[in-house]
Each structure stands twice: as structure tokens, then as C-alpha cells.
Design a protein around this ligand. Structure first.
Ligand SMILES: *Cc1c(COP(=O)(O)O)cnc(C)c1O
Length: 478
């Protein structure tokens, strides 16, 4: 007779094992019938390794990795912020993680998509939304295809688009892919769009509009944004807002109110999905009422007795992604927006700007700052002031020795030796102060001991990589 204790242990162990390797839900005999014998392996060469070695192997690997959960990740333009774990938990609820898009009964998924579209519409001031695009650049492409189709529909030939030199690099690439030729607009000395030049170019007639990254890659909010959209509209163009970096304006102002016709967001930057690591992303696009019929299909619309999926509109640019987009990312965004609420989202905006300006003001004491003004969520410094020809790469590599991640380097291209710093709203003051200490120490080292910078990093598993060789001849596996 087994004691109670033994029974409890057995039950717990059973449950625990079930968590690690769920029981098969097919019968072994069935498999034998379905799968031909020659395809079935008789033996599996699983290495015979003690548990402790496996544990150590994976734990050591995880220690070689760096992430937002390890420390500050001030990678400008990428918004490497801390994302609350509650969004992960919600995303894994079986009703969301175990559904198939072809299932009849969708257990609330369609409703979640519809409500997320409405919330994003409210946040951006746009009428229609599509959640299909799988990334920021994918949203840009979809938005520009809408712009193209809109003019085709109106029978107006417009095949050029204005992209300021302060735009994110994906903007001109997406415009080119959508079949536009690009007119690059050089920013003025304040880092903003030169209005007179914009007027002049827009008058050419065949210009479809402008694609504006705002805040731009200098971290600057263009103070003449309403004049920009006015000039473009007065000349029959449309305005595209690259809202991948929405953090600083969240809950404060909206692209729709600034006069934009199309906007894309990066849910995998602003709305609770980690960016980077090549994981799935989501780049929803929002448009005005007039452009809504051109959105990708299928669309979800609300009718009297519920929600339906509609796919029958000849103005639509068509499908741009299988099914409904990267659903898990959208679930996280929905949970995040509801958890924070309107006040919480506004605080995200305020904190993103406060943190960036705190760093900017203290770093500009030593480092060269091309645009001396209030920034948004990020700002750019450069290696211009560094002693002994210490370069941006030296600075970035040395930062790694102090156990933190480096800012984005050599971007934007128009600022020589750029270091683009984005602390994000989730970084505590203590961590910002630590980053400033590191940067000040590096500035001193450039004067007193430049060799230590040139030979850095000293403490990482891998030293400086040959970036050219790595790009030309990548070794993708052992
Ligand atoms: C990140 C980013 C993009 C591109 O987003 P992806 O998801 O990487 O394609 C576009 N514009 C801006 C301003 C960005 O920061």
C-alpha cells in the first residue's frame, strides 16, 4: 500500500513531466498505419549527456546573450524597451495561441483584431486600419501601394515621392519597391524640412506626396509639420507618416490631426513586443476615410448582428499577408493598450521624451551634439570632439566592456560618426546615470589612454568582427 506522501509525489512528478513533454495525442498504431515503414526511424541517436551538462550548456549560452532584460539597450530608432510580462501571458492564453485562422469558431480573435484596429485609430487619429503588414517596412510598402492606387483610380499620373534625408532608411527603399522615384530633400540647419524647397518641388505636378519620418532620425519633431501637410495637400499630394517611433507622441498628439493621410506603426517597438532578434513583427497601417477602401483585404467590419470579414472591393490593394497578420504581436499590443489606458500611454510619451533629454543634456557636456535643442525619444551625438582620433566604433566597442549595449552607430548617414541614443521610457534614472558615467569615462580615456579604446572590447566572448568579411562571406552554421 503506497503512503499518501508517495501518491502526492507521484502526482506532482506526473504533472511536472507533462509540462515538459506533453502526452502524445495520436495513437502509435495509427502512425504506423499512416506513415510508411521506410520513413519511420528505428532509433534516435540522442546523445547521452548528464542533465547537469545540458543545464550548464544552455545557461552559459543564455549568459552570452544580451537583452533588454539584462540591461540598458540604447539602440536608437529601435525602441529596445522593457515589455511587461503580462502581455506575454495574455498572448499565450489558449484561446489566442491555439486558434487556427480557418477555424469556424474564432473564439474572440476577430473581435480582438477589430477592437485593436479601433484603438490604434483612436491613438493615431485615423479612420481605417489594417493589421496585416508584418513589419514597419511592410506597412510602408502597403501604404505606398495605397497611395499609388489612389492616384491611378483618379486617373492622375504621379510617380515621384519626396523623402527627406532625415528619413529612416526603409522609406526610400519602400518607395522604390512601390514604383515611385525618390526626390531627396536635404534637411535645413535645424534638422527640419525646408518649407520653401518643399513648395518648389511639390509644384512639379507629378509628385505624389511626402513620406515623413517624425520624429525624424535626428530625434527631432518638425515644428512646421502642419505647414508641411498643408503645402503637400495644396498641391494635390498625399502625406505619409512613418510612425514606427510613436513612443514620444503617444497620448500627446496624433498624425491624423497633423493632416496625414497614411500612417504606419511598429507594434514591435511601441506596443509591447520586443524588437530585434528577428522575431515576428507587426506594422499596421492607418488611413483616412477617403483612403479606407484601398486598404488590404480582408477587412473586418461591424454590422448589426456582429463582425464580418469582407473581401470584395475592387479599390483594395489586395492581400499582402496570409490570413490576419502576426496575430500574437497584435494580442500583446491589445493587452498593453488596455493595461496602460489613455493616461498610461500618455505617460509613456512623456517618459520617453524626459529620459532622452536627461541623457542629452548631460552627454552634450562632453560629446558633440549637432542639433542643440529639445529632442523627442532619441538624439544623435558624434565622435567629432574625441581626442586622439577616437572613432564612433571605438566608443561603441568600449561601451560593451562596461556590460551595457551600445547605441546605434553611423546612422543617420548625414551625420558623420553618428551615435544615435534612445534610452526608452522604461529605463530607470539609476540606469541612465550609469550610462552617463560610462560615456564620461570613455571620453576621459580617449585623452589619457586611447589604446584601451582602440583595442576594445576586452571583456566580450568575441572581439571586433570583420564586418565586411561577415557580410560578404557569412558562415551561417558550423
Ligand atoms: C524600425 C523603423 C522602421 C522599419 O521597421 P521594420 O519593422 O524594421 O521594418 C521604419 N521607420 C522607422 C522610423 C523605424 O524606426
Amino acid at each position: 500500500m503506497k503512503s499518501n506522501i508517495t501518491l502526492i509525489f507521484e502526482k506532482c512528478i506526473d504533472e511536472e513531466l507533462n509540462n515538459y513533454s506533453p502526452k502524445m495525442d495520436v495513437d502509435v498504431d495509427d502512425i504506423k498505419e499512416i506513415v510508411p515503414d521506410f520513413l519511420l526511424r528505428k532509433e534516435l541517436p540522442i546523445p547521452n549527456v548528464p542533465e547537469i551538462e545540458i543545464v550548464r550548456h544552455f545557461i552559459n549560452l543564455s549568459h552570452k546573450n544580451y537583452g533588454v532584460d539584462t540591461g540598458i539597450y540604447p539602440l536608437g530608432s529601435c525602441t529596445m524597451k522593457y515589455n511587461p510580462k503580462i502581455s506575454e501571458i495574455v498572448e499565450r492564453l489558449p484561446n489566442f495561441s491555439q486558434v487556427h485562422p480557418l477555424q469556424d469558431e474564432n473564439l474572440g480573435s476577430i473581435e480582438l483584431l477589430y477592437k485593436t484596429s479601433k484603438l490604434l485609430g483612436e491613438i493615431t487619429g485615423m479612420e481605417g486600419f489594417s493589421l496585416q503588414p508584418a513589419a514597419g517596412a511592410h506597412g510602408e510598402l502597403a501604404g505606398l501601394l495605397i497611395m499609388k492606387k489612389y492616384f491611378e483610380y483618379k486617373g492622375i499620373k504621379k510617380d515621384k515621392i519626396i523623402v527627406p534625408d532625415s528619413a529612416h532608411g526603409t522609406n526610400p527603399a519602400s518607395a522604390k519597391m512601390a514604383g515611385f522615384s525618390i526626390i531627396e530633400l536635404k534637411s535645413n540647419e535645424k534638422g527640419e524640412v525646408p518649407l520653401e524647397h518643399l513648395k518648389y518641388v511639390m509644384q512639379e505636378g507629378d509628385v505624389a506626396g511626402i513620406m515623413l519620418t517624425n520624429p525624424n532620425t535626428f530625434g527631432i519633431f518638425d515644428r512646421h509639420i502642419k505647414e508641411i501637410t498643408q503645402i503637400v495637400h495644396d498641391n494635390g499630394g498625399l502625406c505619409y507618416y512613418d510612425g514606427a517611433n510613436l513612443n514620444p507622441i503617444l497620448g500627446i498628439c496624433r498624425p491624423g490631426d497633423m493632416g496625414f493621410d497614411i500612417v504606419h506603426l511598429n507594434l514591435h517597438k511601441t506596443f509591447a513586443t520586443p524588437h530585434g532578434g528577428g522575431g515576428p513583427g507587426s506594422g499596421p497601417i492607418g488611413v483616412t476615410n477617403e483612403l479606407s477602401p484601398f486598404l488590404p483585404e480582408p477587412c473586418i467590419i461591424s454590422i448589426k448582428n456582429g463582425l464580418v470579414c469582407k473581401e470584395s472591393n475592387d479599390k483594395s490593394i489586395g492581400r499582402i499577408k496570409a490570413f490576419w497578420g502576426n496575430f500574437g504581436v497584435i494580442v500583446r499590443a491589445y493587452a498593453y493598450i488596455l493595461a496602460l489606458g489613455a493616461d498610461g500611454l500618455k505617460r509613456v510619451g512623456q517618459m520617453a521624451v524626459l529620459n532622452a533629454n536627461y541623457l542629452r543634456v548631460l552627454l552634450q557636456k562632453k560629446y558633440y551634439l549637432p542639433f542643440k535643442r529639445l529632442c523627442q525619444h532619441e538624439f544623435v551625438i558624434s565622435d567629432k570632439n574625441m581626442a586622439n582620433n577616437i572613432t564612433t566604433e571605438d566608443i561603441a566597442k568600449r561601451i560593451l566592456d562596461f556590460g551595457v549595449y551600445a547605441p546605434t552607430i553611423y546612422f543617420p548617414l548625414v551625420i558623420q560618426g553618428a551615435l544615435m541614443v534612445e534610452p526608452t521610457e522604461t529605463e530607470p534614472k539609476r540606469s541612465l546615470d550609469n550610462f552617463i558615467d560610462i560615456m564620461e569615462k570613455i571620453y576621459e580615456e580617449a585623452q589619457s589612454n586611447p589604446e584601451v579604446l582602440r583595442n576594445s572590447p576586452h571583456n566580450t566572448p568575441i572581439k571586433r568582427l570583420d564586418a565586411v568579411l561577415a557580410a560578404r562571406k557569412p558562415v551561417l552554421h558550423d
